[in-house]
Design a protein around this ligand. Structure first.
Ligand code: SF4
Ligand code: SF4
Length: 269
């Protein structure tokens, strides 16, 4: 859809007082870069754009106290954004009706005002990974163990512990992160091979069965570490072994926070 159609829609929305802030995308520091824009008056709506460069998952701002303080929010939403909102609902981070999702389409902006409306829309979307991404994770999975270990060690060794991945991820929302604990110091502050591995594995495990594959973490990583690949490997495992499809429904079916009495492993009983 054209940027002007989105801007017009947002102007009317803000003028009506139905929402107090619209979180969308504007052109960033380079023509192909996008930045989040927090539009609070109809006059500001002209900066909004929506195109293939608008990749960041804007749901990440919905839980920020500074944004909540602005009043009711609308957010320009891709599929991953909608899935994040449903996960926030399942994880009791967001109440129904507090956020309006705006989905730009060829025929205009679709407004989704409730969790049920989001769930209904997502039910029509394709699921699972595209064939090329699936082939890539299968290729890594089939490497001999030593080669697979060397691959991931080489990736993690480049980490500089900047935590941009954590800041960008809408599902890394703990108010106190394990990286900030120093009694005991679970994760070393400095960048070193073992500590880098600790950090990236802890983070990946916390996202396993929850990640919505938005790509915001890998886009934010200045070291171009294949976080996207790591997330997809774990998502594929969670899907294959636990049937996890995070963010598509309001069911509380987080794969790693539930157990079945008939689980095949004894230790869990
Ligand atoms: S781990 Fe990365 S891809 Fe997954 S939800 Fe967080 S930012 Fe998005
Ligand atoms: S963004 Fe990249 S370099 Fe920074 S902490 Fe995350 S994985 Fe490490």
């Amino acid at each position: 859809m054209s940027a002007s159609a989105l801007s017009d829609h947002v102007r009317v929305l803000l003028a009506s007082g139905h929402v107090q802030v619209v979180i969308g995308y504007a052109v960033g520091s380079e023509p192909s870069r996008r930045r989040p824009a927090f539009i609070r008056s109809p006059e500001q709506a002209g900066v909004l754009v929506f195109d293939e460069h608008c990749r960041q998952n804007l749901a990440t701002y919905l839980l920020k106290p500074e944004v909540r303080a602005l009043g009711k929010a609308a957010v320009v939403a891709r599929s991953a954004t909608l899935r994040t909102i449903l996960l926030y609902a399942v994880e009791r981070q967001l109440a129904d009706g507090l956020v309006l999702a705006l989905v730009p389409t060829d025929s205009g902006v679709v407004e989704l005002a409730t969790f049920a409306a989001i769930e209904e829309r997502l039910a029509t979307q394709p699921r699972g990974l595209p064939a090329d991404e699936l082939a890539e994770i299968r290729r890594i999975a089939e490497l001999p163990l030593a080669e697979r270990w060397a691959f991931w060690q080489a990736e993690m060794s480049r980490c500089i512990k900047c935590y941009a991945c954590r800041s960008a991820c809408p599902l890394c929302y703990c108010s106190r992160c394990i990286t900030e604990m120093n009694q005991p110091q679970w994760i070393p502050v400095e960048s070193d091979p073992l500590g880098n591995l600790d950090w990236n594995i802890v983070r990946a495990m916390h996202l396993a069965g929850r990640c919505v594959d938005c790509g915001s973490c890998s886009d934010a990583c200045p070291q171009h570490i294949r976080l996207d690949l790591l997330n997809r490997v774990l998502a594929d495992e969670a899907r294959t072994h636990f049937g996890a499809e995070p963010g598509y429904s309001l069911r509380k079916d987080y794969a790693l926070a539930a157990f079945k009495p008939d689980d095949k492993e004894d230790f869990i009983k």
